[in-house]
Every structure is written in C-alpha cells, then in structure tokens.
Write a protein that binds this ligand. Structure first.
Ligand code: FEO
Length: 162
C-alpha cells in the first residue's frame, strides 16, 4: 500500500534521528579516546555503528516501498563531557528520547493502518528495551566504580571485549 505522507515524513525524520544518534555516540567515543579509556571508546563506537544501521533499516523500508527519502542535516555534537558519568548519562538520555520517538511513530503507523510500517517499528520498539537496559546498566556500573581508578580500568577492559 502507498504510505501516508505524514507517516513518510515522520519515518524520514527518524532516519535523521538515528544518524544524529550515531553522531552523538561518536562524540562520546571521542571523549573517551581523549581520556585513553579505549574500552569505553570502542563500546561507544559500536553503539554509533548500531545507530547508523538503525537508520539504514528505515532507509531500506522506505526505498522498498518507493517512498521518497530525505536526508537532513546533522548538528554539531559534544566531544567533551565533565565526567565519565556524564558521558554515559548522555547515551542513556539519547536512548530514552529515541524510545519516545519510536513509540509515537508506532502509534502513528497503527493510526494510519500501515501494518507494514508497524511491523518494521515492532522491531525498533523491542530493540529500545535492550538499548535502554544496556545504557542503564553501564551507568550503574560507572556509578558503583565512582572515583575508584582501579574499578574504572577493570570496567574499561571489560567494555573492550564487546
Ligand atoms: Fe537506534 Fe540506540 O537506538
């Protein structure tokens, strides 16, 4: 079926949000590189790659349904944070914002009776449960480590294994 234009616009906006998210995570990764916390940096880079893949999932869906694709601007992002805690918290805040956007998109797809888009968005809504949990757990571990350098370095080594 032909996609309703408001839904097409919202899905195009979500491509931009996912790519913007990739950029945010890359900024967080750059911050960790500056601290020589290479495990944290590579973990955040993997998150960045995932966001780009998410954007491409929507890109492919629109392409397969012959919906015109629009690619908007990417904003400049932070590459400096006040602390390890603040940088990881920024990742969690991004995921929470992403969940809200995807929930709204899911509701829009249902409202328009677009069950092909709904099926695509089912995957995204499920994925957000895991994404939020990952970031929330990492933030908890960072808080437990606190200012203990040794604990932070152990965590850094674990994150390098992702
Ligand atoms: Fe595209 Fe981390 O969710």
């Amino acid at each position: 079926m032909t996609m309703q234009s408001d839904l097409a616009a919202a899905l195009n906006a979500q491509i931009n949000h996912e790519f913007s998210g990739a950029y945010v995570y890359l900024g967080i990764s750059a911050y960790f590189e500056s601290l020589d916390l290479n495990g944290f940096a590579s973990w955040m880079r993997a998150q960045s790659d995932e966001e780009r893949a998410h954007g491409m999932r929507i890109f492919d869906h629109l392409s397969e349904r012959d919906v015109p694709i629009t690619l908007g601007n990417l904003q400049k992002v932070q590459t400096e944070y006040d602390s390890v805690n603040a940088a990881v918290a920024a990742g969690l805040a991004l995921e929470q914002e992403t969940t809200q956007k995807l929930n709204a998109l899911w509701a829009q797809a249902v409202e328009f009776g677009d069950y092909q888009a709904k099926a695509l968005l089912d995957w995204f809504v499920n994925e957000q449960t895991e994404e939020e949990d990952l970031l929330r757990t990492l933030l908890s571990h960072v808080k437990i480590a606190g200012n203990e350098g040794a604990a932070l370095l152990i965590l850094n080594r674990e994150l390098a294994e992702r």
